[in-house]
Design a protein around this ligand. Sequence first.
Ligand code: AP5
Ligand code: ZN
Length: 217
Amino acid sequence: LRTILVGPPGAGKGTQAPKIRDEFCVCHLATGDMLREQVQQKTPLGIEAKKIMDVGGLVSDDIMVNMIKDQLERNKSCKNGFVLDGFPRTVPQAQKLDGMLAERKEKIDSVVQLLIDDQLLISRITGRLVHPASGRSYHKEFNPPKKSNVDDVTGEPLIQRSDDNVETLTKRLRTFHSQTGPVVDYYKVKGLWQGIDAAQSPSVVWENLRSIFVSKK
Ligand code: AP5
Ligand code: ZN
């Protein structure tokens, strides 16, 4: 399974991708999580990336492509396949991904778009809580942790992302439509695209995703 989950901020990529990883034994590569790790470690890249992320822009294509390349080479569970979350976000990223995979004699076998209206995303984003170390996400109302404000698995505190406010969300949505919209067309032309309704509950979305991938196995 070599798939890409594409969708606007709050569509549910980070909620669903780990389920795909666990069910199909593939790696989950989330470029947003990778960047947030750099931010947390205060690396030079992290310091620069934070400025861009906090205003809803995009980090440079070369940096992002190299991050994915590095993970595909180093992460052994990627040998079995992968689910990409938050990448590719621009057409040049998609083209470079194709080149990188061709060198590995691999190719993308499906692209699934999580379809949802922008106005439904505000409450999802403003109510989100995350466990920084694992990238696990919760929602105050829609998917609350077992114990208030702590991660179910580690018991560590949950935080709110610094880009999870209405102002930055508006900019992230604008970036999604202008930069990532063309990526969707790129895969439609190749006949790899499928869309699913992401406004349903997380469990319904998961069942629909699962049946897409089971039918492809
Ligand atoms: P990234 O981390 O990828 O953020 P994003 O694309 O904005 O997506 P989110 O993580 O906000 O949403 P999600 O779809 O994962 O939603 P989730 O499942 O958590 O990127 C952040 C930034 O990094 C970018 O803005 C950019 O600056 C930079 N960046 C990253 N990749 C890059 C790249 N390739 N190139 C350049 N720059 C890059 O769900 C959201 C909330 O809703 C949660 O609280 C969840 O519990 C809840 N929820 C989920 N599903 C449902 C449901 N079905 N019903 C009700 N609630 C739900
Ligand atoms: Zn995410």
